[in-house]
Design a protein around this ligand. Structure first.
Ligand code: ATP
Ligand code: MG
Length: 158
């Protein structure tokens, strides 16, 4: 599925709507360069899941865990795979323990995180070409390409 998201607030709203479809054990991989909007989308997912804590760039940590505020829904495991060189390091995080009960969102997981689960949602975020001129904090459209992998997503309307 392809779609265009005009503003950062729209990106959060998309994350909130996506969260309504997410279940414990789901894996979401976010691809896209620096400033593409991966963390902005994850903030929306965190809002939609109603998790505790502030979803932010997991700088200085590789993964941050957010619990469901009312304990009813899944928590959020937010992984920044940018500093990971490979699978052994991701394994060392012992993510599998929380994968079952959480929604896991991985930024920069391309080529590393796919093996975590056969079932996964991959979202590639692209900035439009030539968009690097304007205000870096200003809104500009993002192009999203969403692909699903595995039987979990068969027949799911996103
Ligand atoms: N349509 C849009 N969607 C998402 N973010 C947007 C949009 N337009 C502008 N922005 C801005 O782009 C920036 C995206 O930053 P964000 O931290 O979400 O990116 P990132 O992909 O996580 O970057 P990093 O690679 O550093 O982790 C924010 O400052 C946000 O306000
Ligand atoms: Mg980020």
């Amino acid at each position: 599925m392809e779609l265009t998201i005009a503003t950062s607030e729209d990106m959060r709203e998309f994350g909130r709507r996506l969260a309504a479809q997410l279940r414990p054990g789901d894996l979401v991989l976010l691809h896209g360069g620096l400033g593409a909007g991966k963390t902005t989308l994850t903030k929306g997912i965190g809002e939609g899941l109603a998790v505790t804590g502030t979803v932010a760039s997991p700088t200085f940590v590789i993964a941050r865990t957010h619990r469901s505020a009312d304990g009813a829904g899944p928590g959020l495991v937010h992984v920044d795979a940018y500093r990971l060189s490979g699978l052994d390091e991701l394994d060392a995080l012992d993510l599998d323990a929380s994968l079952e009960d959480s929604v896991t969102v991985v930024e920069w997981g391309e080529g590393i995180a796919e093996v975590l689960a056969e079932d996964r949602l991959e979202i590639a975020i692209e900035r439009p070409r030539g968009a690097d001129a304007g205000d870096p904090m200003g809104d500009e459209p993002r192009h999203l390409s969403i692909t699903t992998h595995g039987p979990r997503w068969d027949g799911v309307e996103l």
